[in-house]
Design a protein around this ligand. Structure first.
Ligand code: 9UX
Length: 68
């Protein structure tokens, strides 16, 4: 099991959270995604580590920016 936490810039409402959760959940191997609106933290659990570029691409696809 791998767990990684990233920071996303630009989420300001619960629909933003839904969009990010949906896109990140579609990445191969992702088992769960937890998005905290207040902090912008996105925690991803997966069997194997997910490449950061894939997370960045999914966040961009959702319309936000990965900043950390
Ligand atoms: Mo809510 Mo987020 O109306 O970009 S969906 S602010």
């Amino acid at each position: 099991m791998a767990e990684a936490t990233y920071t996303v810039k630009g989420m300001t409402c619960s629909h933003c959270v839904s969009s990010v959760t949906e896109e990140v959940s579609e990445i191969d191997g992702v088992q769960s995604v937890d998005v905290d609106l207040a902090s912008g933290k996105v925690t991803i659990t997966s069997a194997e580590p997910v490449p950061a570029e894939k997370v960045a691409a999914a966040v961009t696809e959702a319309g936000y920016e990965l900043i950390g």
